[in-house]
Design a protein around this ligand. Sequence first.
Ligand code: UN1
Length: 506
Amino acid sequence: MTASLRHDAETILLQLGVPAAQITGGNRAVRSPIDGSVIAHVHDTTADAAHQAIASAHTAFQAWRNVPAPRRGELIRLFGEELRAHKDGLGRLVSLEVGKITSEGLGEVQEMIDICDFAVGLSRQLYGLTIATERSEHRMMETWHPLGVTGIISAFNFPVAVWSWNAALALVCGNSIVWKPSEKTPLTALATHALLGRAIARFGAVPEGLASVLIGGREVGEALVDHEAVKLVSATGSTRMGREVAPRVAARFARAVLELGGNNAAIVCPTADLDLTLRGVAFAAMGTAGQRCTTLRRLFVHDSVYDQLVPRLRQAYGSVKIGNPLETGTLIGPLIDAAAFTAMQAALAECRSAGGTVTGGARMHEAAHPDAYYVQPALVEMPGQTGPVLRETFAPILYVIRYTDFETALALHNDVPQGLSSSIFTNDLREAEAFLSARGSDCGIANVNIGPSGAEIGGAFGGEKETGGGRESGSDAWKAYMRRATNTINYGRTLPLAQGVTFDVG
Ligand code: UN1
């Protein structure tokens, strides 16, 4: 398979406009998790080049902010056209580099197209308020202005969609962008950047340095985090990474949008439609090999339906096709690398010693692919919410816990450090509404009768607590990418002061 994967990736990269020199002869080997083989060698950006890219992004910003917003939207419209035209190629490259099954690789590109459409509309809707004033012949309003260079740090698991949420909004908001993709997924970043380059060429007259990519590890990420021209750092990844980024960005009074770890749960109630629940749980827990921020990791099942649902789930876990993500019918591709596999096995070992019953979890296809990490998804029946259940292990492990009292399940649901996404499966209006209410789920995303993963771009995406508090993508998430000015205009001939203050001179 090795030679063909490399050839496959190269063909796509060249078709999408990535120069051959960018993907050969570099210091950094890029591996496909499908068989662990090297599919390219990319070049790390030097520290000097990173600083240069940020400096030219700053210069570009100073010009781009003056371009009318709907005109900026035109660039994103053209980019959306490029994505539509190359959806198959880029989607396949996502599969090759991340190991996503074909429909999810394509879905990732669709998510990019969707946010482009959203951002094009937004470019004519960067609305500010008009505010009633207490003074006669005055007017108050809010104006939203471009913010500055936006640094985007993205994770391997959504190597291009999450960048596009940030990039499409930042660009229509009048910002320039500098992107530090995961060191595990530079190829999809270079390909996406090449497509944006085509849109820029068709648009014409875009300031040099408006968008750039920094390839590399920690050092280039740090350049972005610490550079004073970078006014917003939008970072997706682990809570550990966020803990380092947030104080550094705050220390220089820049902004951070953080999308960090999740530990997403669902509560299955006595009235739940179990057929629907089974499908919802299966996709959310096993899809993307458990490597979404929104993956379902904890399942609270009511005692009255436990023995109907859990055996069916166990059966579904045993019957899904695990293997080459490019093959039709495969539902679960490989884990990203050996470290992910080791972390999964460590969590399962902890579960066993905590009294959990583990179904699945074993390595697969090891003889055929000693350098790739395919695993059976694991269903772990746990006596309580302890140990690894409190952590995000980025692998397909679903912890199942039996409950009898709704309020207790809700309390357990919220009793973890993370707060990204959540679901309830019920046909009882009271339970559904309680889950969505102020005393319900404490997550940034709370769903009824669908799983916690697979959100559409139209809503604000992100979560609370250790998830970092940031919001990206839809709704009014764009406001984080702009600065707000409050304006008061006096169109009279006198100068009344607010709050009735008098200050008469002369
Ligand atoms: C992520 O895993 O970082 O809601 C993003 C979802 C996707 C995005 C996930 N639309 O699962």
